[in-house]
Design a protein around this ligand. Structure first.
Ligand code: PGA
Length: 238
């Protein structure tokens, strides 16, 4: 299947950055086609602006989180259908930063993924082990439990395997460890579900990671903020 390179901008980027990023991507794309499907998930307030800027470019735009309800008295939150309304097509749910900072458990993440699907968005459900869980040999069990409790049985879902200790750290699991995790996930998920790897993916290591069996793309944080780096990762796809 075609790989998906998804950029998670987290709480970075201002309006001008959106325009500069897309302008640079337009120049890159004028030189030849992308080797993967592309998605950018900017801060919610920039989603609409990104959708407008990408226009005819083959870049999808997504949210980074959504509420479980379609509306309600939830100050500061955003409903999945609000993202759909402004042209988003994906939504990250259950990123470890949200699981840790806001106490989102599997049940909450599952409810968010369901809400995203209901609104017509493709949820990218993030799962992954801590360094301690890896050290004591629990990685695969943690992943199995996470799939069971937080991933809907629906082939519009995307799963991102993100070892928590690899996010923003510059460290990644070995190719064998990534292959083992993705192989385990593949057996648990519907055949068409894309399984992304996330955690310190950079232009320097993208080729090796994206060549690993059962890795259907990447969820990229820091390196997705610069169009040149994002494009290099896209073009590192086999
Ligand atoms: P990173 O973040 O690429 O900066 O490690 C990945 C993520 O948090 O999705």
């Amino acid at each position: 299947m075609t790989k998906l390179i998804a950029g998670n901008w987290k709480m970075y980027g201002h309006g001008g950055d959106a325009m500069a990023f897309i302008d640079e991507m337009r120049t890159k794309l004028a030189g030849g086609p992308a080797k993967a499907d592309m998605l950018i998930c900017p801060p919610a307030i920039l989603v609409e602006r990104f959708v407008r800027y990408v226009k005819e470019l083959p870049i999808a735009i997504g949210g980074q989180d959504c509420h479980v309800e379609p509306q309600g008295a939830h100050t500061g939150d955003i409903a999945a259908n609000m993202l759909t309304e402004v042209g988003a097509t994906y939504c990250i749910v259950g990123h470890s930063e949200r699981r840790q900072a806001y106490g989102e458990d599997h049940a909450k993440v599952r409810a968010k993924a369901d809400a995203a699907l209901k609104a017509g968005l493709r949820p990218i459900v993030c799962i992954g082990e801590t360094l301690h869980e890896r050290a004591i040999g629990q990685t695969l069990d943690v992943l199995k439990a996470a799939v069971k409790a937080s991933v809907p049985d629906d082939d519009r879902v995307v799963v991102a395997y993100e070892p928590i200790w690899a996010i923003g750290s510059g460290s990644t699991p070995s190719a064998e460890e990534i292959a083992e995790a993705h192989h385990t996930l593949r057996r648990l998920l519907m055949p068409n579900v894309r399984i992304l790897y996330g955690g310190s993916v950079k232009p320097q290591n993208a080729k090796e990671i994206l060549a690993i069996k059962d890795v259907d793309g990447a969820l990229v944080g820091g390196a997705s903020l610069k169009a040149a780096d994002f494009w290099a990762i896209v073009q590192a796809c086999p």
